[in-house]
Write a protein that binds this ligand. Structure first.
Ligand code: IPM
Ligand code: MN
Length: 353
């Protein structure tokens, strides 16, 4: 019987729907070629819907999403909506409700793509960040008192349980093993200052590694030093595992070294549930509807989705086709400077499969 997957598509805001469309185009082509079926259902969550209805996300949405095999997301963020409302109400809400406790973000420089790092090429920039995705500062635990007065006090706590840390570390060790590149997992923390939280991470990291993954080399870097080495010696890294906030920050640095938001993709993964894949750039509202935005990040998010669903051959082929396009076709990854339109880039990748 033909394998079939149900995919929820949330195009979202700004250029989100345009890039998601090209992602879907490539996914359809890959499915046709590899003999599986993808059944797409569109959802209109985003800023326009919010401005029209006053509702950020229908209460039924998380349960509805649970009926799918995966979620494919364009972008969230609308210029007419105060920052935070849509990000918290849609993106973070789905990550939390669906317990997508891993944010997997490959940092890979493809041939033909320009990096701001001097004397570095694709052979130097190829690692993966495993960001814990539902805990830490993002838990939102805290509060404010005497707001608006000179005595205002605000607290937002970095919260981690042993269980949260362990399941993230387990995923990172398993991922490092499966990736089989340098068999090296680096913990990125701040044990010299965050002596409770990153001490917990560090002890759990070494205990788990020593007991269950002796073949994997363990390294530790403070987050500030991690940033330095990501610029100076990115070839040192194979897999990096870190908490939510540090992961957010270092993956933007990583993204710019791989060519920027036009290419960087990520997966919000619940290894036991429904995962959500997205280009990690924003909604780029000023380019909306112009057919100039780069859809490669969304296409790469689709590739990660197929890989996670187990369609690894199709995923590999999408990556190969993307590499052919970056190496031989595009003049630049920047919006409006690719030498091709958004749709043409989607066609190039789809036809190159
Ligand atoms: C990301 C984004 C989000 C985050 C924002 C939009 C809430 O920056 O996916 O990295 O902080 O996780
Ligand atoms: Mn971010």
């Amino acid at each position: 019987m033909t394998k079939s997957y149900k995919i929820a598509v949330i195009g979202g805001d700004g250029t989100g729907p345009e890039v998601a469309r090209e992602g879907v185009k490539v996914l359809k082509a890959a499915a046709a070629k590899h003999g599986f079926k993808l059944d797409f259902t569109d959802f209109d969550f985003g800023g326009d819907r919010y401005l029209r209805t006053g509702e950020v996300l229908p209460p039924s949405a998380p349960d509805e999403m649970r009926q799918f095999d995966a979620i494919f997301l364009g972008a969230i963020g609308h210029p007419d909506v105060k920052p935070g409302i849509l990000e918290k109400g849609i993106l973070l809400k789905l990550r939390f409700e669906l317990d997508q406790y891993i944010n997997l973000r490959p940092v890979k420089l493809f041939p033909g793509v320009e990096t701001p790092l001097k004397n570095k090429g694709p052979e130097h920039i190829d690692y993966v960040v495993v960001r814990e995705n539902t805990g830490g500062l993002y838990t939102g635990i805290g509060g404010v008192s005497m707001k608006g007065t000179p005595h205002e006090v605000a607290v937002q706590s970095m919260v981690y349980s042993h269980e949260q840390v362990s399941r993230c570390l387990r995923y990172a060790f398993e991922y490092t093993k499966k990736r089989a590149k340098n068999n090296t997992l680096a913990l990125c923390g701040k044990t010299n200052v965050l002596t409770y939280v990153y001490d917990l991470w560090e002890r759990a990291f070494h205990a788990m590694g020593a007991q269950f993954y002796p073949e994997i080399k363990r390294e530790y870097f403070h987050v500030d030093a991690t940033c330095m080495w990501m610029v100076k010696n990115p070839e040192w890294f194979d897999v990096i595992v870190t908490g939510n906030m540090f992961g957010d920050i270092i993956t933007d640095l990583g993204a710019i070294t791989q060519g920027g938001m036009g290419i960087a993709a990520g997966g919000n993964i619940n290894p036991e549930g429904v995962s959500m894949f997205e280009p990690i750039g924003g909604s780029a509202p000023k380019y909306t509807g112009k057919n100039v935005i780069n859809p490669l990040a969304a296409i790469c998010a689709g590739q990660m989705m197929l890989d996670t669903l187990g369609e690894t051959a199709a995923a590999k082929e999408i990556e190969a086709s993307v590499i052919n396009v970056t190496a031989n076709k595009l003049k630049s990854l920047a919006a409006g400077q690719m030498g091709y339109s958004t749709q043409e880039v989607g066609d190039l990748v789809a036809n190159g499969l």
